[in-house]
Design a protein around this ligand. Sequence first.
Ligand code: ADP
Ligand code: MG
Length: 366
Amino acid sequence: MEWLEVRLLGGFQVLRDGDLVPQEAWQHRRGAELVKVLALAREHRLHREQVIEALWPELPYDAALANLHKAAHFARRAIGESDAMVVHGGRVALAPGALVKTDVERFEAEDDPALYSGELLPEDWYAEWASEARERLRLAYLRSSRARGRWEEVVAEEPADEEAHRSLMRRYADAGNRSVALRQFERLKAALAEVGLQPGAETLALHEKVSRGPAAVAPVPVRSPMVGRDSELAIARAAWRQASEGRGGVLMVSGEPGVGKTRLCEALLAEASSSSWSTMRGAAPEEEGPLPYAPIVEALDRLLDARPDLAFSLTSAAQGELARVTAASPAAADRSRAQGGPAKDLLERGAGVRASRRGARSGPPV
Ligand SMILES: Nc1ncnc2c1ncn2[C@@H]1O[C@H](COP(=O)(O)OP(=O)(O)O)[C@@H](O)[C@H]1O
Ligand SMILES: [Mg+2]
């Protein structure tokens, strides 16, 4: 025999010069246990007393020693090699004349989570001699999975690991998969609930961000770069800054036709939306007639189409008003057809969702 390979992760297997020792050869449990204990030991050798302490701590010494010799015999027979287990001079060695390799050593040396094919010796779950190494290897596997961003593996191993769940939520949300991201959050919540815990602040903040979705952006046609208008833009930006401090207002832009009013407003809208503000846009073309609040209704309609959740953050009185004006508009009729019910219903159902108010109030500003 030139080399002996012992697999301990996910189950026990021995290969002698590459040939699998059949499972039936291990029918004497003691032979297998001795091989396992030595495969886990440094340099695959131990003092006789260490083996006895691990495997038969409760037996009188003579009986334990007799067990050791029997176990060594069974191990040799299973592997089919007389020097597969050597008990000599107070020491026990696994195949000292051959190259012995184990999957545990390879995993620890390469620190690659892909080499961890399962927990250590699951069939020996109740054996005390395996439990310390099992936990050490499990933690090493978790550490290297985290370091490599293999969050699915981390979650499979530690179902209540918040960092792992958050990373998955972010990954799904970034890929535009918000519903999957939210399901991941529910999974975490359930796992935490099992141990009597709730998601922490960072996770809740991420959940809110994902449920809110990206900022809605009013359509701004792409065109040539803006020329000049520095002083007007400075005034507009000052008003915008005030709004971001909670002091919204009206900025009136007036001038001759063709002087560049629309262009100025578009420049401001584009800047705001690139700073993740939700922007709205409505116009009152003369030919559409004197519809009350038409530009505002148009702006709200577009925003509600993109971000229906925003309405939920309003008081129910405001939601009622909103439903009244938007239901009167053609876009709202489209929306209610698409949703199979009046737009008002959507808003009223939302009025019950108190929890999301917090979310929308802290969301990107409009
Ligand atoms: N500062 C500017 N830089 C570049 N193009 C401009 C600027 N202001 C206006 N324009 C262009 O001039 C044309 C008329 O401007 P517009 O904003 O539509 O005028 P108004 O709304 O005042 O009638 C548009 O094609 C617009 O893109
Ligand atoms: Mg114009």
